[in-house]
Ligand binder design. Structure first.
Ligand SMILES: Cc1ncc(COP(=O)(O)O)c(C=O)c1O
Length: 395
């Protein structure tokens, strides 16, 4: 059974057909992506989506490029710098696309992600908005700081001191933002006064360059906290070059609460949330990813089983597991480790073993972390195989 995307092949350009006509193995597809990559799970030719073995996570390049363009435009209109969070995709190729479009830098939730991005050629303005604690990490941060322009966020003197002392031993310097908990109730100092006191200490620590503050997520309620902090910093002569907020869809709020940088990540894919919240009824064409799966069993007229379960998607009940593009009336209601359980009682379609379906997953950042590689697709043709280079980099 052909997937929807392949239908588009009929309308493909001459160039597209030309490209498709070559015997494009996964090895040569990897070369297109500009990376040596031999880990593909495919034994034979992979030219179109239908050649892919399943489950396979694909990324529609037209949608991805549109999402990247549109977010950059939002930030341009808001007159705020965009620092993209790469934890959503974990793929250096996509980070480069975002930077080419005008992002001022990247944000990596973990040091391991930053290491992958630096190895992938990104050397400027990398923010790790995470308290770096423990000797192993401090040594790695010091190494990274020699290769790239690194900024880290801290919310305690202990964290800042650990970084400063390591850099005094190993050389190099990092920029620092003081993290504010403006209501997100995760990390961050609890008041403007506490921010000032920590910033003053950081500004005296060797090898650290204080740059400003950050918060997550940007909320309108944070305005007073932000303004008071900025005022205290100015009066104390502390730098405010970077007032950083974040969260997809919160770019205007970042601006309103006084930020000059906003960190957005999920917007590149955003999964089910994107297709449910940006359009009504849901429009899958706003989300760039699909999991291509195969129906492996049709045990009853009401239930079919697909070859993707918890290890392919993610397990996030009570949220739906995904949206079946060809048959939205069919509902993925459960997942075993390697099987997806689909209720098809509301569908008039007669599902067959071997039929392929495309599913918009629930949460991309977690789902993509389950996959070694993803397939970059345009109009049904696989243009590149991208290793998910930072998958599993949780340290
Ligand atoms: C510190 C920080 N900044 C920015 C973001 C990006 O948020 P979003 O994925 O909603 O764009 C996140 C997401 O978890 C985050 O933790």
């Amino acid at each position: 059974m052909r997937t929807n995307l392949t239908g588009v092949l009929k309308g493909m350009s001459r160039r597209g057909w030309f490209r498709a006509a070559g015997l494009m193995t996964t090895a040569c597809l990897s070369r297109i992506s500009g990376r040596a990559h031999t880990a593909s799970h495919h034994a034979g030719r992979v030219r179109t989506v239908d050649d892919l073995d399943t489950p396979a996570m694909i990324i529609d390049l037209d949608i991805l490029e549109k999402n990247i363009r549109e977010m950059q435009e939002v930030c341009r209109k808001e007159d705020i710098r965009l620092q993209v969070h790469i934890k959503t995709h974990k793929i250096p190729e996509i980070a480069h696309m975002q930077l080419r479009q005008g992002a001022v830098g990247i944000c990596c939730q973990k040091l391991g992600e930053a290491e992958v991005m630096v190895a992938g050629g990104i050397r400027e303005n990398i923010l790790v908005p995470y308290n770096i604690v423990g000797e192993q990490k401090l040594i790695r941060l010091a190494r990274l700081a020699k290769r790239a322009g690194m900024t880290v966020a801290v919310d305690s003197e202990v964290t800042a001191k650990g970084i400063s002392e390591q850099l005094q031993r190993d050389g190099g310097s990092v920029r620092v933002l003081v993290e504010l908990d403006t209501g997100g109730k995760r990390t961050g100092v609890q008041s403007p006064q506490a921010a000032l006191e920590l910033a003053q200490k950081v500004s005296r620590m060797p090898q650290l360059e204080l740059r400003g503050v950050m918060t997550y997520p940007s909320r309108l309620e944070a305005k007073a906290f932000m303004e008071e902090t900025i005022e205290l910093f100015r009066k104390a002569g502390l730098p405010t070059e970077e007032i950083s907020g974040g969260g997809t869809g919160r770019e205007a709020i970042s601006k309103q609460i006084g930020c000059n940088v906003t960190r957005s990540g999920s917007y590149v894919f955003e999964g089910l949330q994107r297709i449910n919240t940006t359009t009504n009824p849901p429009n899958p064409m706003t989300c760039a990813t699909r999991m291509i799966v195969t129906v492996v069993s049709t045990p009853t007229p009401e239930r079919i089983i697909i070859d993707g379960g918890q290890k392919t998607f993610e397990r996030n009940p009570p949220n739906p597991y995904g949206y079946i593009v060809e048959h939205p009336e069919a509902r993925i209601y459960g997942m075993s480790v390697e099987h997806g359980h689909v209720d098809v009682s509301a569908s008039s379609h007669k599902f067959r073993v071997g039929e392929r379906l495309s599913v918009v997953p629930q949460h991309q950042g977690v789902t993509i972390n389950n996959h070694d590689e993803v397939y970059a697709v345009r109009k049904g043709l696989v243009e590149a195989v991208w290793p998910v280079a930072a998958r599993g980099r949780v340290r």
